[in-house]
Each structure stands twice: as C-alpha cells, then as structure tokens.
Design a protein around this ligand. Structure first.
Ligand SMILES: [Zn+2]
Length: 193
C-alpha cells in the first residue's frame, strides 16, 4: 500500500546588511523537484511525498551563524523558525555552506535543507536522499572505506541513494532499506508499519 506524506516547501531568501541575497528557487522549480524526488522514492519504496504548502520567506541569519550562506547554526535557526507540520518541510536555499546540514536532528525536526542546483535530476536525487534521512535511513557507507577485495561492495554503495558522496543516477535502495523506511516513525504517522 502506498504511503503518502505531505511535504511543505519553504523558499528561504537570506537578507544581509539590509539587502536580499540571490534566490534561484522558484515555486515551479521547487514543485517539479519535489515531484521527481517523490516519483523516485515511490518507485523504490512505495512511499510518496505530496506537495503541501509552498511559501516564500525572507530571513536574516542569527549573529552566531554565517550571514550570506546557510551553515549548521543557520540550519538550526531556520528549522526552529519554520517547523514541520504533520509531514515534512523542505527549506530551499540558494546556497549552503556544505552539502548536508542538520545531522541527526533532521529526523526529529522532519525538516531538511536543499541548496539550489540547476540540474533538475541531480537536485531531485539530492532531495530524495534528504527525504530518505527523514525516513530514518543513514548513509549506506557510514563513512567507512571498503577494504581490499571489496570492490563490488564499494560499487554497490556508490549506486545507492543513501551514499554519502556524489549521487549516482541508479539511486538504488536495498530491500532492507525499503523495510526500514516503511517502518520509520515518519512513515508510521501515515500508515506505515
Ligand atoms: Zn546524507
């Protein structure tokens, strides 16, 4: 049975020294990225994400955070300011200080952060990966390096959607990962078991 989880989209433009910074996300682009991320996850896990609200906000980063990009402190500020509703929230920012922010707390907040990317397929894979984290999936490689003779394992990791590095278009999920996602606390809220 398909599990449908609502995803609210919040396009966050930063304001610094009285002026608004660049923001390349549009509502149309955000909607198509979410649709492709949802299609990918539905084909693997039968979990889909429906578009909830879409809003645009302007925020000034707090004094302990970088002001012209979103860093770890900036993520925590934004996740506290724009809490998730019943489902998940994706914060869409023009730039982030590094690829993934929020660490373990993302699962609790149900809020992920996606930096703009002009390639819709690659950006959708990144969103699917982040939604995977909200579905309690850790990195498949867990920062480990396979030893000698484990080239096949390394290759499998690199094809996996939850790889810690650059995401391969194969975007595979194992049966174990699918079961874990469908029984995660987030999926259970929407009928998973
Ligand atoms: Zn990750």
């Amino acid at each position: 049975m398909a599990i449908t989880i609502p995803a609210d989209l919040t396009i966050v433009t930063l304001r610094s020294r009285g002026g608004e910074l660049a923001q390349r996300w549009t509502e149309e682009y955000a909607t198509s990225v979410l649709r492709q991320a949802s299609d990918l996850l539905r084909s693997r896990t039968n979990i889909e994400f429906s578009r909830g609200t879409v809003e645009r906000v302007v925020e000034e980063m707090p004094s302990d955070a970088a002001s012209e990009t979103v860093d770890e402190a900036g993520y925590h500020f934004l996740a506290a300011t724009h809490k998730a509703g019943t489902g998940v929230r994706a914060l869409l920012v023009d730039r982030a200080s590094r690829t993934e922010l929020g660490g373990q707390s993302r699962q609790q907040t149900r809020v992920c952060l996606i930096a703009y990317g002009s390639d819709v397929a690659a950006t959708s894979r990144m969103m699917a990966h982040e939604l995977g984290h909200l579905l309690s999936l850790p990195h498949v490689d867990g920062g480990r390096r396979p030893g000698p003779g484990q080239e096949r394992l390394a290759a499998a990791w690199m094809r996996n959607l939850m790889y810690s590095g650059a995401l391969n278009p194969a975007a595979e999920l194992t049966e174990t990962q699918v079961q874990a996602a469908r029984s995660s606390p987030l999926a259970r809220r929407f009928g998973g078991r």
